[in-house]
Design a protein around this ligand. Sequence first.
Ligand code: ADP
Ligand code: AMP
Length: 218
Amino acid sequence: MRAVLVGPPGAGKGTQAQILASELSIPKVSTGDIFRANVSGGTELGKKAKEYMDRGDLVPDEVTNAMVKDRLAQDDAATGFLLDGFPRNVPQAETLKGILADLDTTLDVVLELRVDEEEVVKRLSGRRSCPECGRVYHVEYDAPKVAGTCDNEGAELYQREDDREETIRHRLEVYREQTAPLVQFYEAEGLLATIAATGSVEEVTARAKAAIAEKVGS
Ligand code: ADP
Ligand code: AMP
């Protein structure tokens, strides 16, 4: 299974990718997570990405594309992957097609998660993440067993720098202008499956699994 999740920030891509990747036994490849790990590790890649991430802008394509090419060439991605947060514009989608062609393969499905902007703002302003395992929670909608602490790791949860309201609004503009055109792009490729990303996490997972099964014909 080679799948992409598309949707605005806060749609629940990371939440669903984590669940689906574990059920399908394929790696979740989140470009946002890879960038954040590089920023906190102080690497050259992290230094290049940080200013864009802090503003809520996209990191330049040449930086992002090279990182994804390396990641998808790793052994664990050979039999499949779930991409979360990539591609984020049409040139990245064209690059992905080329990367997969070089590996002699193609995508199976692109799952679009639909949710309105007011819901996204509520979700992002209550989002908390685990610095150890990357699992995301919500203070109200998907709370950890012990407030502020990861269920898996016992680590203290943190709030992302870019989850402040003004940055959230800018990220939504970036989504509308640069990322939303991917929906038409993948529809034209015959790969698109769209679901409502509202309701509980479990309801969205059930919808996602049904939509993927219908698209890939299993
Ligand atoms: P994305 O990866 O698309 O930016 P996340 O998966 O990080 O989105 O989810 C954003 C926030 O919304 C998180 O705090 C998460 O716990 C919460 N969330 C995810 N799915 C749902 C849902 N179905 N209902 C309510 N909140 C959700
Ligand atoms: P995310 O964790 O997906 O919300 O991504 C956080 C930030 O990382 C984004 O706001 C961008 O600055 C950067 N980023 C993640 N994925 C990409 C991508 N495919 N292209 C460019 N920038 C990205």
